[in-house]
Design a protein around this ligand. Sequence first.
Ligand code: ADP
Length: 627
Amino acid sequence: MRKKQFKAESKKLLDMMINSIYTHKEIFLRELISNASDALDKLYFRSLTDDSVHLNRDDFYIRITPDKENRTLTVSDNGIGMTAEELENNLGVIAKSGSQTFKNEQGENENADVEIIGQFGVGFYSAFMVSKKVQVISRAFGSDEANCWEADGVDGYVVYPAQKETVGTDIILYISDNTDEVNYDEFLDTYRLTALVKKYSNYIRYPIKMESETSRPVEGKEGEYETVKEDKTLNSMLPLWKKNKSEITEEEYDAFYKEVYYDYEAPIRVIHSKTEGQATYNALLFIPAHAPFNYYTKEYEKGLQLYSKGVLITDKCADLLPDHFNFVRGLVDSEDLSLNISREMLQHDHQLKLIAKTIEKKIRSELARMLSTDREKYEKFFDAFGNSLKFGVYNDYGMHKDELQDLLLFKSSNEEKYVTLKEYTERMKSDQTAIYYASGETVDKIKMLPQTEAAKDKGFEILYLTDYVDEFAVKTMMQYAEKTFVNICSAEADFDTAEEKEKLKEDNASFEEMFGFMKNVLGDAVQTVRFTHKLKTHPVCLSSEGMLSADMERVLNSMPGNQGVKAELALEINENHPIAEKIKDLYASDREKLTRYTKLLYGEARLIGGMQIDDPTEFATLVCELM
Ligand code: ADP
């Protein structure tokens, strides 16, 4: 029999499959099962209008038959089948949709093979990743003849008449010999095959059957077992997410989540939605109750499982989730993406983008709902994943801040409980013009900041920012409800009346020389020295002048590759504290002593602000001298 040549692209693809070093060769089974399922669909639809089909919905099946002795694996279906002509047309060239993507991708990308295989499969030819020879014996519906298509490499295929009693297709794979790298035997193993069906094809709507051996007690003979062959359906067929919400119990959702996503704890929230319109899809999403152990490591990958008509396309589709919702787990199943169309998505992935956009919205509104209806749960959620939201506000130059700001929680000076920005602004005092916050390593350290006194005295609530991302997020938002965020340790935090401000300005002006002297003592450590009214009992504090607060300096400098950034600081002295008179006296009588006092005051301000002393030895010596 003369071999017929494959079309050029098919040859290239086939060659790629035969020589594939792709590690997930296992996906060939998913591809063949999907093709079988399509063939069953075709005959089933036909049966709806054509009485000669003589098959009911329940009669359709896919069967997997491993034969260890002959090293073959057969995937059969009783679907529509193919005529000799169809065998040639369908299997001699890659299906149009596939080939188009393949051609385009090949030109641009060296790694295209791995990507195409991994994400979207490559249809029938993937069989050659695990086989040295493939036979397709098929009998088309309405025909009494069967034919066999056969190929064992790139140099061509043959089609010849064959025997087949029933309508449908048998794909017989002659499994490759084991190599040092790959143990092909696994594709003849019933356990392995069962696992593969469950992983990739669990929700195919026709039963996928396999005969497997099980051992069971012999009736009437205690302690004796016999091995019997049993037909088993490997797939569960009905995807949970395709059922009506009202028919699914909480336990079912929880069990599904735990089983599929390997979590011991039930999710804190289940989002199950059907969306129709521009993008038609089913989404089943879960918000875990706790962060997975690798959440804060580089290993953690965000993403949702992507199904097309119940067939798993990819286990982690990262594009479906924005970074700020990277903690969400779950899946999306879209009817719009048949396995064929899905390949096209590689180029035209606007469909996927559309889905991602609506999913983002959905998650956001569900979180907002949880916040307003189940505060306790939301706070638990926020403890686990709040950081992601705060990063989301700060990332991409604040692009998402408007959507995320109402989902944020901060601890505050009001009973140290969580507060939303909305709650904060709504209960602001009438004479309060800004949203005040303070940042530091812990709430306790923040509470000790001298600058908190004046704000608290005024009855102003202070947000306590203790996460290193907090202040960056706040700086990105700049405002909320037209109120500006103000760090109480910055020069902007000024609670004086206009009159008091004027007086302070005058006082500071009249001691300009003295402050100039003190600033010289401290050198670059501070920008300026001045009197302040913002302290009550404390004598001194350090306030930040520019964009960068002292705490941001601490955070930035603790990061790897830091560039030794410096916040611009002002040493502020409590004008109403006895120390103010003392330094005025010393400036007039003993400059040498003032020099030492200035250093002491600066060191004290650092300590109380939760910062480290620049020169601890000098500081200690000065304290001793004083004693
Ligand atoms: P795709 O499935 O993406 O169209 P394939 O290369 O997997 O591409 O298959 C090519 C074509 O061969 C299919 O479109 C279908 O018409 C036909 N085919 C494959 N497997 C079967 C089968 N089991 N029964 C009937 N037709 C099949």
